[in-house]
Design a protein around this ligand. Sequence first.
Ligand code: 13P
Length: 245
Amino acid sequence: MRKLIAGNWKMNGLASSLAEIEALKGTTGTAACDIVVCPPFTLIEKASVRSNGSNIAIGAQDCHAHISGAYTGDVSAEMVADVGARFVIIGHSERRVLHLETDTTVASKVTTAHKAGLTAIICVGETRSERDEGRAVEIIDGQLRGSIPAGASSSNIAIAYEPVWAIGTGLIPTLEQIEEIHASIRRMLEERLGEDGREVRILYGGSVKASNAADILRVANVNGALVGGASLKAADFAEIILAAS
Ligand code: 13P
């Protein structure tokens, strides 16, 4: 399966940061994996123009559950697709925690993203206390069941396993722990989508860096990575992309 390496810039990036996309284009043109950069909303259109004609696709970090309407300050899936996004991250733990997004909200957003023709990267992951209580598999299974809507398929979703305690902390699960969770996500996807569940890409996210990417990307059922901090600088992100190629 072709790996997918996605960068989530979170609330970082000004117009000057578009130079990172130019630099990335210069170094990853021959990469044998799919590449997505998800800048903040304000840079999606310009990033799409800059990445035109390259192997870098642009994604959003969220979208609204409705396609349009009286939702002051929100941005819809159709709007980000209109300015060039092809992917959208949905249900990131920072949205689930800070914006109180439930599995039901996430599923609605994914449906709307599909209507706009976007591929949804659906995030799931356990907290430190849930892992310590031995409930990681159960929590992730529940999140997946609630967050994947009807109409999902390997061509319009990817799953990102991001342990909340590994995001931005420099901590990562052991390779065995990653393998266990990815295997259980794969089982759930097969149960839900049948044979097509084997084709859905499952990304690992949480403190991925150039120094650990190759090892993580070799784990069974790890079909890519969702990268935060290390995606902000083209040189760091390119090393991760090359590790997947
Ligand atoms: P870090 O790579 O900075 O840990 O962030 C991971 C993440 O949340 C990507 O969505």
